[in-house]
Design a protein around this ligand. Sequence first.
Ligand code: ZN
Length: 491
Amino acid sequence: MPPIQRRRNIRLLSYTVFVLLVCELGILSTSVLSQTKSQRTKRSSPAMNAQIPKIVAEISPKNIENTIRKLESFGTRNTLSQQDDPNRGIGAARDWLYAEFQKAAAQSEGRMTVEKQTFEQAKAQRVPQPTMLTNIVATLKGTQPESVNRVYVVSGHYDSMCGSAIDAKCDAPGANDDASGTAAVLEMARVMAKYKFDATIIFMAVPGEEQGLLGATYFAEQAKKTNMDIEGMFTNDIVGNSLGGNGVRDARTVRVFSEGIPSNETEREAATRRSVGGENDSQSRQLARFVKEIGERYLPSMKVWLIYRRDRYGRGGDHQPFLERGFSAVRFTEPNENYQHQHQNVRTENGVKFGDLPEFVDFSYVANVARVNAAALAALASGPARPKTVTFPTSLSNDTPIKWEANKEPDLAGYEIVWRDTTAPLWTNAQPVGNVLTFTMKGMSKDNYFFGVRAVDKDGNRSPVTYPRPLPRAPRPNQTTTTEPGTPPVE
Ligand SMILES: [Zn+2]
């Protein structure tokens, strides 16, 4: 090769190396850019609470299985069954649960206390004679003085039934209905007792559900009488079976039922709702949306399937007495039920096995339902209270001013306004507005969107959303009587 040609080749080679280097640098700088961009995105997305992944990881399917098998071993847990036999009947189940919750409390450095809440249930439709009922109530006290009186309740019912609710003798294994929910609650207590939360969490196992929601009703009534500030209640009932009577296997979905129109709505509130909507925005529904957001964030393998009704057709649950007394509450239940394994005498007919037996329970599935519950409870009890008295202060405007009362937590960072189209099922937009008590959404009329407000603390924990309560309209100058709130003006 002549020298001139070699020099050209060398030059070409160095040029190629230079170009490659530039390209490489280009790629590098692009990746640096995209990294900052993704970091930026990460920063603006909701903060992860460091405790929650640990809690989720600690929940054990094996512990849940052991609890379900133990509860089944008492033969029956019918509310009317014997209370003084150490091996059979609801009394044995009650005492075993009490001891297990006490073991959980021993890990809490004094923050968790366990109580037997016993009362005499008068004669009722499914209670032939006055009967003593005992709720097992484990209270994990919050550590922030401003939040300790804010309470979240998670519950399962430990009673069971065979084909007849008043048959106290038959075997009623109740492995799915509702040893599954009870086991989920006990496992959450075991794991969460070791952690600290700002607000208080009550882990509860109640009897009398099959007799007419009696244990839950008593607790909710006492809570109302003592002005307990229950900001959310979860009942876990039939959360153990991932193979439906329809043949569908689905271990990745849990249904969360929430009512739209509050059970305790007054006539006045109903009139407002009829006028301006809100049938899809009860506080229980905000709680359900919160469960979906948090549950799916910390447990992406599970789908929280929101069902916009209080409960299934012709069925009820322990969330109802809470709803009737003005507390927000939702129900967790498996996606496809199998009626051959609920409220059935244990038997085999034409080769088909009937009865609510442990062999039909998917223990890993129960653990995942417990994890969704625990993530939501931990987020609720770590975060601030939802804002109170959220209103639209002025009436006719194309902008929307929103006003609320100040939260009292010392670690509060501020508030966010959320909104969505009136036909959207979930909140679609959020805007941080700082630590203020009023904010105007410019160019957005409250006639065209649903708005809400939530509180955020310095660690990024968010509260559930509060939906604004429309203020009564001021009387017009030529009106002699005050317009009822919600009465649309004649225009
Ligand atoms: Zn049940």
